[in-house]
Design a protein around this ligand. Sequence first.
Ligand SMILES: Nc1ncnc2c1ncn2[C@@H]1O[C@H](COP(=O)(O)OP(=O)(O)OP(=O)(O)O)[C@@H](O)[C@H]1O
Ligand SMILES: [Mg+2]
Length: 469
Amino acid sequence: MFALGALVLSVTMGAISYFTTRHILVSGQENAEIHSASKNATFVQQEIRDGYHTVTVLTAADYGNTRSSSLLYRRGNWYERQFSVPPSALPKSLRTMVHDGTPASLTYTRNGKPVIAVGIPIPAVHADYYEVFALTALSKTLGVLALALVGAGVATTVLGAALGRWASGRSLRPLTGVSRAAVAIASGELDTRLIAGRGDPDLAALTSSFNEMVDQLQERIEHETRFASDVSHELRSPLTTLAASLAVLEAHSADLTDASRRALELLSGDLRRFQRLVADLLEISRSDAGTADVSFEEVDPAELVRQAVAAAQRSLALETPAPRVEVDPALGGTRLLVDKRRFERVIANLLENAAHYGGGATVVRVGPAPHTNGAGHHVRVSVDDAGPGLPATERGRVFERFYRGHAANMRGAGTGTGLGLALVAEHVRLHGGKVWAEEADGGGARFTIELPGEQAEVDEEHADEVRAT
Ligand SMILES: Nc1ncnc2c1ncn2[C@@H]1O[C@H](COP(=O)(O)OP(=O)(O)OP(=O)(O)O)[C@@H](O)[C@H]1O
Ligand SMILES: [Mg+2]
């Protein structure tokens, strides 16, 4: 737009200056030529009066310039000096006017060159005197002027474009900063702030109000996460008391009536679920608040998975048979840096879901991620079941908090809270990995987690260090 503006402006200004200058120069020259032609005409009149022959008058006279050609029309005959301009070259309109007794001048182009023709009637001797002047010098001047104006126009346009680029870049730079900061904040980096620019009061206002907004947002988010974690924390101790009291009651369940015993069973079932919900909430809110304690250690992925599966099978007391663990030999010496407790929770949650919604996990595979060929980098662990699987629309949503899919409504699906997979996603995120659901080969559900692995050689060194300390 700047370039276009500069172009339009320079073309307009250039055209105005060119035509004005041309008008002034041409009319100035015209006046000068009219003046000199009138002088010559007076001279011719004098000569003819003095009885000189008309031809001689024109050819012998020296009018002091060679830029012009003179013609004389008298009694039906044309007389010329220099023979460079034939009478036919004079415009008809000029000839008619002069013939009618009016002195006139006309600028026109002859053989591609601009000329001024001046016609002066000399009624005293019944003659018309014409003089044609070449405007070579003037046209050269105008040519140079036009060239200079075009050059200036081009330079202005280029300058306009450069200026526009610079100015728009400069005025958009803060916005780029704002959008970058917004993206960072949206991705969870709540500490991001805009740095106040110098010199521009408008930008300073934008910066300070943006930062203020982020401050408030951060405060609110922190407040909320702290609230959730405080609530779950506060709930823990009364729940422990309740559980202990319930255990005492359960020890004496034999003394209770059938109805009371059933009520007690319901109560203890709900209490267990409640305890688990509170524990899950606490864990999730801690990781939200960034106060989750993670202790990474270096492990062999295959061994880790085998242990995690065995531990889950034991702790969950699952009725379904333990899944097969398949290790891809392409894994090589790749090792993982994981928080074992969290990893075991991940596997336990996946196996529990498989048992609840898919008739039990069938196979757990460990191998390198296909895009990181061979040893090192990324490790994938997938848990398959042979159940009904997940509808495509649910595959992304099951990782949301408190989301329970349609499988959860089926009989025998158990009474979860919908936090299990949200916790899985949270744990995996803490490891810098990702998790997703897809369809297993047999149509069941497959949950895959991918964790960044470590290069084998690096790990050896690292392991040595660990041993030495
Ligand atoms: N293996 C699976 N096959 C089919 N659907 C599944 C499977 N695993 C999870 N789902 C669906 O995903 C939903 C969310 O699972 P998630 O583990 O987060 O919650 P939940 O099992 O319902 O409760 P929680 O684990 O907190 O006790 C489940 O309710 C279920 O509908
Ligand atoms: Mg679950």
